[in-house]
Design a protein around this ligand. Structure first.
Ligand code: B12
Ligand code: SF4
Ligand code: SF4
Length: 360
């Protein structure tokens, strides 16, 4: 039996490699110590308006707090990771006041949910088709990229794929943290890999560099303050006290990863889906702020940027203009201040006032 299970593990690892994943590993489906922090994180309100993170099962337990709450049949979690880094500068290396910053993961030609899930399904297919017949009876598997009731990074750590950094990102010693994760829950009791050791040491660069102090303490992030949350998930107006800290960011934020020493030599991906779309690396703010409905649809077809919607992107661009110190944006902001979307109009009014102040 033991040999057969290790055969299955070899099948999975080979399938993950063939599907184009850079890393893969197996974690037990048991509750890791890190998951004990999840209920407190929710209770503290750190999930902001992301209500799906607070979902509970019929017994009233937080789904994400334990796999036993959502998939009691699961015995192992196969974790696959793929590098999405491309050979372009980091947000901390560019300082052109005409331009904004879209985070690295969102430059991709295809939405990562689709690109990673397609590959993960290949691994799941190998798992279900190639395991010996006697292990197939009652075999249950589920693949998730982001959308499942699973705190993926916790299982990624116990699969040996990487450790959870103080910025809460999953970091691999050789690949860095520009990694997308996918997980396959399975009823098979596979032999787990060893957890990856924490290599953050005494470093605190990510905590020190975060412009909105969103990393409250090592491994603890308050989404309400995180620029990634504010620019992508937050609907309506962004709290005023956080706008200056957003700097040039118009979609997502990479700062706490840009400054991480483990990303200094991060390799670039060759996957065609993750190559940058033209114009998205350090895009012109004027272009984003005045994008028509049609241009938004065309430019971001199949892109994760659709999530913030056109109004969200224009709201964010208005704030970045306010932070730019560039008086030439005032006419554009005048037009945005009359926008029918109140969050766009109000952000543009704030940006105008900030620009005028910076000129005094
Ligand atoms: C909600 C969400 C967000 C939220 C909240 C982020 C967060 N840190 O929780 C927001 C919108 C802010 C966000 C931002 C980003 N996200 Co996101 N996000 C998710 C999602 C859907 C759920 C995460 C979650 O459950 N958070 C809850 C908190 C509590 O969990 P956690 O941060 O992982 O925290 C654990 C550890 O900190 C741990 N812990 C470990 N040691 C210790 C020690 C102590 C003392 C304590 C208290 C805790 C602790 O406890 C927690 C578990 O309870 C996952 C996909 C998934 N289903 O897992 C993607 C995911 C985490 N995101 C991802 C990405 C790429 C990003 C961004 C880089 C995108 C961008 N550039 O804008 C940023 C990174 C920001 C950051 N520093 O985390 C990737 C991360 C890949 C990686 N290498 O880590 C994921 C895994 C998606 C994927 N499938 O690839 N994201
Ligand atoms: S993504 Fe940006 S705002 Fe969020 S914790 Fe990292 S540096 Fe701070
Ligand atoms: S910047 Fe330093 S502390 Fe933060 S995740 Fe990277 S190694 Fe860890």
């Amino acid at each position: 039996m033991a040999n057969r299970i290790s055969d299955v593990k070899a099948i999975i690892k080979r399938a993950a490699e063939q599907a184009g994943f850079d890393l893969s590993g197996v974690a037990p489906a048991t509750d890791a110590a890190e998951l004990e922090h999840f209920p407190a994180w929710i209770a503290a309100g750190h999930a902001g308006e992301m209500k799906y993170l607070e979902a509970r099962n019929d017994s009233g337990d937080l789904k994400r707090a334990s796999l036993a709450n959502v998939a009691p049949w699961a015995r192992s979690v196969v974790v696959c990771a793929i590098n999405y880094n491309t050979d372009h500068p980091y947000s901390t290396q560019v300082h052109d006041s005409d331009r904004g910053w879209i985070s690295r993961y969102a430059w991709s030609r295809e939405d990562y949910h689709d690109a990673v899930l397609r590959r993960l399904k290949q691994v799941e297919a190998a798992l279900t088709q190639e395991v010996p017949a006697d292990l197939q009876s009652g075999l249950t598997t589920r693949s998730y990229v982001d959308t499942g009731p699973v705190v993926e990074r916790v299982f990624a750590k116990y699969s040996g794929v990487g450790w959870t950094g103080k910025n809460t990102c999953l970091i691999n010693q050789k690949k860095g943290s520009w990694l997308f994760l996918g997980v396959i829950l399975t009823s098979l009791e596979l032999e787990p890999d060893l957890p990856a050791p924490d290599r953050c040491g005494s470093c605190t660069r990510c905590i020190d560099a975060c412009p909105t102090d969103a990393i409250l303490a090592p491994y603890q992030l308050d989404s309400n303050k995180c620029i990634a949350y504010l620019t992508i998930e937050k609907r309506g107006s962004i709290p005023e006290d956080l706008r200056a800290g957003m700097g040039h960011h118009v979609f997502g934020c990479d700062i706490c990863q840009d400054v991480c020493p483990w990303n200094r030599k991060a390799p670039a991906s060759t996957a065609p889906e993750f190559q940058a779309r033209p114009g998205l690396v350090n895009p012109a703010l004027a272009w984003l702020a005045e994008m028509s409905v049609e241009e938004f649809r065309e430019t971001f077809r199949g892109s994760p940027i659709r999530r913030t919607k056109r109004a969200g992107l224009r709201r964010n661009a208005a704030i970045a203009m306010g932070n730019s110190g560039e008086q030439k944006f005032l006419p554009t902001l005048d037009r945005l201040a009359a926008d029918e979307d109140e969050a766009v109009a109000e952000s543009a009014r704030w940006a105008k006032a900030r620009l005028r102040k910076s000129a005094q």
